[in-house]
Design a protein. Structure first.
Length: 684
């Protein structure tokens, strides 16, 4: 009969034919729950959610014990954007059918969107517990675990998810009967046609990168890009992972392709990737804005801020994942300790790993309150910040690892600031200010920032005057350095060393015959590839020496075994530059156009060594050669650094604190007067 035939069509079958049948059947059976459900599903499939809702509500009323009807009703609510009602309907479905994995997965997604992290994980766990080979649940849980920094767990899910896809269904049967040729063909078809597999490969590549497994990361990125080259950010991540390996194959072509892809969408590279690869503030702003508009748009649903308290103190909220032994923790510790407690209350919001190292413990003590918000969603953190009455929310992360711009999109405080952790614009209209200075953010560059500039009087970078240097300087022999050679040093991360930078270093070494290049060890592939690149440029690879990683005090002490620090571009030495100067080692830089390419110049001028700031590659190379060949000239610079370094405001957390406090006070005064944020110059 007609009713049986219609119900036999999967989800209503071909829409036009099914709808024609359903109109007839619905007229004859207006209260039949199966017909109402089928009509509702058809309405969902043809994007008529309001009609679907009316039909599915009636279906549930007629058959309230049918879990599928509740699931379909939830889908209609979801299509209408009513997340709360969708959650309620999906919950009814799993109450009736606890192993309803699709409902658990949808609940996980809805709770994740609402930043209810624990509930989301519980439902993903339930879906996978009932169906271990459920690809959607594995993939979605992996994404959430990755956001929480639980990379090993996320990686295990993705490994399993990819295994499911490549061995699923008919392919597994073909393997079982020994027909591997057809099985391989089918697997290739699945990999080509399943976009989720490309996404999973890309995500796994990202996790490998986070875990410093760059060889595996490049392999996954290559595989994913073959499936879907338009995956967000993958092109930039791939180039960065190759740089971590010292793999410069096709670098120029890759960079040109990346620049074109950024022009097309703005989402081909993360904002951080563009800082490392391109000295172009327009591109930095474009990628940051594209990322914010697509993933972290302003959300006003928490409503306006309450009026400020009248107790006089300004409440500062510092938001970071780096309250640990990390370059940011090292720079910031003294600032937090010496903030004026008569004027400010200082609260930490921590969403990074609780490492328990000495720096983590020091930083915990430095705040009036230290709040661990790792397992809280963005909305929950923003609401907590408002409840605590935070006046100024300072984002110390922006677009770096563990980024949580979503909480700032909701509004953590009436004034929000981008400071230190990310050397560039956030691209977010809801971040009011960025901390800069006249070197890093000169007047002509202000249009490249979505924030208003705060021009600090000495340098945008804060430092810790309590940084300890080991009392014993290692001998050159202990460091595997030749006793009589001139030691050029660069302890920047390997990804900052671009081919054209290394070209210049090799030209310098060819002119300074008895010299070596001392670099920070990264991974075996990096070391092997850099040695090969030196040989290609006519430099004996034995002259490239790698320093293993050491505790900070020992690391700082060994700078004294070097003669001159050679900076990278477009991403300069930042913390590394101040480390070298603190240890007494001169730093040579070439100033660029964008924020990350001007940091070393700002730091050098703060210690009154502008003579080490060059404008062109030719000047940079010529000065490096001259300083190596003129020991008296270099000694004068060392003496000047020794005199200026200890007294420089660059290395006084106290001086920096008083200056940035002036900025904070003015920000609040403007806000209370109802003024919009605008350029702010801090007088020393």
């Amino acid at each position: 009969n007609l009713l049986a035939a219609a119900l036999a069509l999967p989800h209503g079958g071909p829409h036009a034919h099914a709808e024609k049948q359903n109109r007839t059947i619905l007229y004859d059976h207006p209260n039949h729950p199966d017909v109402l459900n089928l009509s509702g599903v058809l309405a969902i499939q043809t994007n008529r959610p309001k009609q679907a809702l009316r039909l599915l509500v009636r279906a549930v009323e007629e058959a309230p014990q049918n879990p599928q009807f509740h699931y379909n009703l939830a889908s209609a609510h979801k299509q209408l954007g009513d997340a709360q009602s969708a959650v309620s309907a999906f919950q009814h479905a799993v109450a009736l059918k606890p192993d309803y994995v699709e409902s658990h997965n949808n609940l996980g997604n809805l709770y994740q969107a609402a930043d209810e992290i624990e509930a989301a994980l519980n439902h993903y766990d339930a879906a996978i517990a009932h169906k271990p080979n459920f690809l959607g649940g594995r993939h979605n849980r992996a994404g959430l675990l990755s956001k929480l920094g639980r990379f090993e767990e996320a990686l295990a899910d993705l490994d399993h998810a990819i295994e499911i896809v490549t061995n699923s269904g008919y392919a597994r049967l073909l393997i079982a009967v020994g027909d591997r040729e057809r099985a391989l063909s089918l697997v290739e078809t699945i990999l080509t046609t399943q976009p989720k597999n490309a996404d999973a490969l890309a995500m796994r590549g990202g996790i490998h990168s986070d875990l410093h497994r760059h060889k595996d990361a490049v392999k996954d990125f290559d595989a994913a890009m073959k499936l879907d080259p338009s995956i967000h950010f993958i092109a930039g991540k791939r180039i960065l992972s190759k740089l971590h390996l010292g793999d410069w194959s096709n670098f120029t072509e890759d960079l040109m392709a990346l620049t074109k892809a950024i022009d097309d969408s703005g989402l081909a590279a993360t904002p951080f990737s563009t800082l490392s690869l391109l000295d172009d503030a327009n591109i930095h702003l474009a990628t940051a804005r594209a990322t914010v508009s697509n993933f972290y748009p302003r959300q006003d649903d928490l409503g306006p801020f309450k009026a400020r308290r009248k107790d006089g103190k300004i409440r500062l909220g510092y938001f970071s994942a780096d309250y640990r032994q990390h370059p940011m923790g090292q720079l910031l510790a003294e600032l937090f300790e010496v903030h004026d407690r008569t004027r400010f209350e200082v609260i930490a919001f921590s969403f990074g790993p609780a490492t328990g190292d000495d720096m983590h413990l020091r930083l915990q003590k430095a705040f009036d309150r230290f709040i661990d918000v790792r397992d809280m969603g963005d909305r929950e953190v923003a609401a907590l910040s408002r409840e605590l009455g935070i006046d100024i929310a300072i984002d110390l992360i922006a677009h770096t690892a563990y980024s949580r711009l979503g909480m700032f999109a909701l509004g953590c405080a009436p004034v929000q600031v981008n400071f230190l952790g990310y050397p560039g614009t956030s691209g977010a209209e809801y971040i009011d200010y960025i901390i800069g200075d006249d070197i890093i953010t000169p007047h002509e560059s202000h249009g490249h920032y979505s924030e208003q500039i705060v021009a600090m009087p000495h340098c945008y970078q804060v430092n810790d005057s309590k940084r300890q240097i080991a009392t014993k300087t290692p001998t050159r022999a202990a460091l595997r350095l030749p006793e009589d050679a001139f030691v050029f040093c660069c302890f920047n991360s390997g990804y900052k060393i671009l081919p054209e930078v290394f070209d210049g270093w090799c030209r310098i070494m060819l002119q300074v015959k008895n010299s070596v290049l001392w670099l920070l060890a990264s991974n075996p592939e990096f070391e092997k590839n850099l040695c090969k690149e030196a040989e290609r440029r006519g430099v004996d690879s034995s002259r490239v020496i790698f320093a293993k990683r050491e505790p900070l005090d020992v690391h700082l002490a060994r700078y004294r075994a070097a003669d001159l620090f050679l900076d990278t571009r477009p991403y300069n030495a930042h913390t590394t530059a101040s480390d070298a100067l603190w240890a007494g080692l001169p730093v040579l830089t070439r100033i660029g156009r964008s924020f990350p390419a001007r940091v070393a110049a700002s730091i050098l001028r703060a210690v009154d060594l502008p003579e080490l700031v060059t404008e062109t590659d030719a000047e940079y190379e010529a000065l490096a050669i001259a300083l190596a060949n003129e020991p008296e000239r270099l000694n004068l610079i060392r003496q000047k650094l020794a005199t200026n370094g200890s007294s420089s405001p660059l290395f006084s957390g106290e001086v920096f604190a008083r200056n940035i406090e002036k900025a904070y006070i003015e920000m609040i005064a403007r806000n209370e007067r109802g003024e919009s944020p605008s350029f702010l110059r801090v007088s020393p």
